[in-house]
Ligand binder design. Structure first.
Ligand SMILES: [Zn+2]
Length: 275
């Protein structure tokens, strides 16, 4: 089924004297999954996080970044799921892309296969893939006067996930560790994922930028922990496939983007792969 493309949202989510942070969210409707990408704007330049999924959203995200009138210094790719990097080939081929080495290797080895596997998306796909060239390693770095802390988080929604924390403004760029107002993409690593979220809850950070949905506070992070606990219980009780999906839809009617079930269930219950 072709995804329906409709109006994305762009918003300023944090503003201080020196820093403005923007979030751009693709549609919540149809089979869209509300991909959220972000811009950290400092005095002289922009740092972007993730490149959107479908071509029209990638182009709109790029147009929004360009409208700020500052050069894009770099883009961080959070992890290897294609809804975060397909858009790089559509709208960011001229931007240096930084990623964990594991993510770079995956896109290098499997990126083109992943693109051809999604042929049903037609002209929503990028014409080419972009392989990240710069390694993002755990640690601290100051970029255009703003302090960043990078972390490599293993075995949660994905095997290797990059997070960015901005301690001076209280912002935690969590991407797919947090699904804000939407159904989560579940894996076999629910216990460890919940521990990572619980660490967020006792941290000093106040704003959590998700990979799907709108910018989140700690209440939403806590709701993610509760969702994962409920899913773990349901799976432990023997629910699988459509029965599991019905249970979760009924338990969380307020959450959007149910299309995610059909993406992860063949992996979680069908043994296609861990992720
Ligand atoms: Zn995602």
């Amino acid at each position: 089924m072709l995804a329906q493309v409709s109006d994305p949202l762009a918003m300023v989510v944090k503003q201080t004297d020196d820093v403005r942070i923007h979030t751009f969210v693709a549609s919540f409707t149809g089979s869209n999954i509300a991909n959220a990408t972000h811009i950290i704007e400092t005095q002289n330049q922009l740092v972007l996080v993730d490149g959107q999924f479908l071509a029209p959203y990638a182009k709109a995200f790029r147009a929004y970044a360009d409208s700020l009138g500052k050069p894009i210094d770099r883009l961080y790719l959070s992890h290897r799921h294609p809804d975060h990097w397909f858009g790089l080939g559509t709208a960011f081929t001229d931007v240096p892309v930084h990623a964990l080495s594991e993510t770079m290797t995956f896109v290098h080895d499997h990126g083109e296969d992943s693109r051809s596997d999604h042929w049903k998306l037609g002209d929503l796909l990028p014409e080419r893939i972009v392989i990240p060239k710069q390694v993002a390693a755990p640690g601290e770095e100051t970029i255009d006067g703003l302090r960043y802390v990078f972390d490599r988080v293993t075995d949660t929604e994905i095997d290797y996930h990059l997070t960015l924390r901005l301690p001076d403004v209280g912002v935690y760029v969590a991407q797919d560790l947090v699904y804000s107002g939407t159904h989560l993409y579940l894996t076999k690593h629910l216990d460890h994922w919940m521990r990572v979220l619980q660490e967020m809850l006792v941290s000093d950070f106040t704003l959590f930028l998700p990979g799907h949905g709108l910018p989140a506070d700690k209440n939403e992070v806590a709701r993610n922990v509760e969702y994962l606990a409920a899913a773990r219980q349901a799976i432990g009780d023997g629910l699988a496939g459509d029965a599991f999906k019905s249970f979760m839809l009924q338990r969380y009617p307020e959450r959007r983007c149910p299309g995610i079930f059909d993406i992860y269930m063949p992996r979680l219950f069908g043994g296609a792969s861990d992720y």
